[in-house]
Design a protein around this ligand. Structure first.
Ligand code: ZN
Ligand code: FE
Length: 256
């Protein structure tokens, strides 16, 4: 599977995915249509499907125009979001399997950022398209879910293999690193990773995709049940979901 990353808007990433055996091409979370059309035209490709992770405009904004340009293109999106995502052809839910040519993705529901948020895991390709559920060193804002829900969603993501590449939808990593250091100031891996991404950003390189093994070791939102993280927020005896709620609240109020 070929994965092309298009930076759009101020900090969004759109992913164009192609099954190399069949040439079938899809796009994940098209914030806007024009950059996608320009890319496809330059490569002489057509569009077979759109994968939406959730209903937000910066993930679905290009749907309508792409559908006009490629009328046979199918929209794959959460079954629970038919009221907020128009024209869904393939409604998906937890446990669904979707195909792009010979490539298969498992769908997982990860409520929290929005109630209907899903992620697409291409297991064989080690590629996870996780929208705004997980970011490198961060996670999405909790707009619609509860801390319990979102913590459960993050644990689901954390259960995937270490070598999974995390294709999240925003370039927030450097800001997130500043916050992560307020929680785990002494985590040596976090320090060295921050140096690495500072270098990358100074050259305007993307820090995404990340690798899940790295996120498991330095993303505070995936570590709410680790003693050192609990201790850092003074909640040694608390439930991990409560620790998550506290860290999420601190992040919402963080000005780096
Ligand atoms: Zn969003
Ligand atoms: Fe977003």
């Amino acid at each position: 599977m070929e994965i092309i990353q298009l930076p759009v808007l101020s900090d969004n990433y759109i992913y164009i995915v192609t099954c190399e055996e069949t040439g079938m091409t899809g796009v994940v979370d098209p914030a806007s249509a024009d950059p996608v059309i320009a890319y496809l035209m330059a490569k002489n490709k057509t569009l077979d499907c759109i994968f939406n992770t959730h209903h937000h405009e910066d993930h679905t904004g290009g749907n309508e125009k792409l559908l006009q340009r490629y009328p046979d293109c199918e929209i794959v999106a959460p079954a629970s979001e038919t009221a907020r995502i128009p024209d869904i052809d393939v409604p998906v839910k937890d446990g669904s399997t979707v195909r792009l040519g010979m490539c298969t993705a498992k769908v997982m529901e990860v409520p929290g950022h929005t109630t209907g948020h899903v992620i697409y895991w291409f297991e064989k390709q080690n590629a996870l398209f996780c929208g705004d559920s997980l970011f490198s060193l961060g996670c999405g804002r909790m707009f619609e879910g509860t801390p319990e829900q979102m913590w459960a969603s993050l644990k689901k993501i954390r259960s995937l293999p270490d070598e999974t590449h995390v294709y999240c939808a925003h370039e927030y990593t450097l800001d997130n690193a500043g916050f992560a250091e307020t929680i785990e100031a002494t985590n040596p891996l976090l320090k060295s990773y921050r140096k690495k991404i500072e270098k990358m950003r100074s050259k305007n390189e993307p820090t995404v995709p990340s690798v899940l093994a790295i996120e498991k070791s330095i993303n505070p939102f995936l570590r709410c049940d680790h003693p050192e993280v609990k201790k850092a927020v003074g909640m040694e005896q608390a439930d991990p979901a409560a620790v998550f709620a506290e860290i999420r609240k601190r992040k919402d109020n963080f000005r780096g």
